[in-house]
Design a protein. Structure first.
Length: 500
């Protein structure tokens, strides 16, 4: 073990956290805020039904494909500099989207948002991992970050509804500008990286090309499957190309002296368990956001703003789970005893939603289901976020953070495509076996939703099982240092604080 003293905590770290959290909220809510405004934008810019998916897909492809590259740039170039660059670029891309005069301009702006989001998101999380080195402080910081990461999507639905209802769909883009401005000014004033936290090794260009093209192909494969089906030749070919590229990426990283993704980051049992279980949970949650949004608007007749506010119980549950349960218990119990039960509680909420029908009550069914989902996911997210970057070398913090975001982004793309396809197939094959009361089409639609929600329930059970099985780290006992090794990038792994 190195005799070098641990890096001293930054006295401005709590002020810095406020601006890091602001930036993270902007990135996460942007993934859903546009969904509510999409029908208005589609009509205003005369976007065809076939092309409307590109408002979502252009962002997902750029963001998901470039995350590992963005994480490595943060390690190489400096996290504070990458963070500020990502904020400025994201704001400019958002302004371009708000000023869009045709569909091409809007799609391009969304892709640019994804590019700069891929710089910003891993830089934000890795800044937390190198700035908060005390176990108890780290638990509080990641509790706040986990609440935002979990609840930001639902906040986006609320904000999107309010802006679309009272202003214009363009404000779902313009609203990012003040978020970015505040976070950028705060980052310049208060964020200081610890010395020795950069990884100045040369950039792994083959790794960048293989990972980016492989992840873009994977995300595109799932979005294509949603439109053309899983047995379409183009869909299968895209998955095959993605598989070849990603296998080649792993082989390349194993042989490269300065890899884009050091395999030690994902080979660790606990971090690997977090990436897998979190990715599965996101698959279930993103599909649920989509179904509940459509259910509340199409079946229950809610307008955009009311639909957004209907998600408030889930946000409240996530904030409570992260800050009052996860953060308070993380220093006392093993992470798997928060993650595993958390995903189980969320699955109970999902199980309740399998009872949806045309006349379901919001107060007696949807509200308690959302509370369970929020509490469970918030409790699980907080230790997952902390453990995913815990005990990595400071020089690897950016790419480890990028892996967390990659598992979420790819999981979101998979969840949206997979569950939506299941719902559409179930609705198409639905034949009422009893006398139908009401709109047959709506009965089929709701049947499709509940079929997909059953699948989401099973996926959350799988996430819980993975967390219990793979995550075996001990809790962060006491207030000792957790991160902050001053060892070089080529030194042996530090002795784990989270013992196995």
């Amino acid at each position: 073990m190195s005799d070098a003293p641990p890096i001293q905590p930054d006295p401005q770290r709590w002020k810095a956290l406020a601006f890091i959290a602001t930036a993270q909220l902007m990135v996460v809510l942007d993934a859903t805020i546009v969904n509510i405004a999409l029908p208005s934008a589609q009509q205003d810019l005369d976007i065809s039904e076939a092309n409307k998916q590109w408002v979502i897909t252009a962002y997902a492809l750029a963001f998901g494909g470039l995350l590992l590259f963005g994480g490595r740039i943060a390690d190489l170039w400096g996290r504070q500099r990458t963070f500020v660059t990502g904020l400025i670029g994201f704001a400019l891309a958002s302004a371009l989207g708000g000023m869009a005069v045709n569909q091409g301009m809007l799609f391009g702006a969304r892709a640019l948002q994804g590019v700069f989001g891929a710089l910003l998101a891993p830089a934000a999380l890795s800044l937390l991992s190198v700035m908060f080195t005390d176990a108890r402080e780290r638990a509080k910081a990641f509790g706040i970050y986990g609440a935002i990461a979990g609840g930001g999507g639902a906040i986006g639905l609320i904000l999107g509804g309010v802006l679309t209802e009272y202003l214009d769909w363009r404000w779902t883009f313009y609203v990012n500008i003040p978020f970015a401005a505040v976070a950028a000014v705060g980052a310049v004033l208060f964020i200081r990286e610890p010395a020795g936290a950069r990884n100045r090794s040369s950039l792994d260009i083959p790794g960048v090309l293989l990972s980016t093209t492989g992840l873009v192909a994977l995300v595109y494969g799932f979005t294509r499957a949603e439109e053309y089906g899983w047995t379409d030749a183009g869909t299968l070919g895209t998955f095959a190309v993605s598989g070849v590229l990603l296998v080649a990426f792993v082989v390349t990283e194993a042989r490269t002296k300065a890899p884009l993704l050091p395999l030690r980051v994902v080979a660790d049992r606990n971090r690997g368990g977090v990436y897998l279980s979190l990715g599965l949970a996101i698959i279930a949650m993103f599909g649920l956001f989509l179904f509940l949004t459509y259910y509340l608007q199409l079946v229950k007749g809610y307008n955009a703003m009311t639909t957004g506010f209907a998600f408030l119980p889930m946000i409240a549950g996530m904030v409570t789970g992260s800050t009052q349960i996860g953060a308070r218990l993380m220093t006392r119990v093993r992470p798997r005893f928060l993650m595993g039960p958390g995903f189980l509680v969320a699955s109970l909420g999902m199980l309740l939603l399998t009872r949806l029908d045309l006349d379901s009550s919001y107060a007696t069914l949807i509200l308690p289901a959302q509370l369970l989902l929020g509490l469970g996911m918030g409790t699980a997210f907080m230790p997952a976020m902390a453990l995913a970057t815990h005990n990595v070398r400071p020089q690897d913090a950016g790419v480890a953070s990028a892996m967390v975001n990659t598992s979420q982004q790819v999981g979101g793309a998979i969840g949206t495509a997979l569950l939506n396809t299941i719902a559409a197939s179930a609705a198409a094959s639905y034949v009422p076996s009893t006398k139908v009361v009401g709109d047959v089409r709506m009965l089929a639609v709701v049947h499709g939703y509940t079929t997909a929600i059953w699948v989401a329930f099973g996926i959350l059970l799988g996430a819980s099982a993975l967390a219990f099985t793979l995550v075996n780290a001990r809790g962060q006992q006491g207030g000792g240092p957790v991160a902050g090794s001053t060892k070089g990038a080529d030194d042996p792994e530090p002795v784990p604080v989270l013992a196995h």
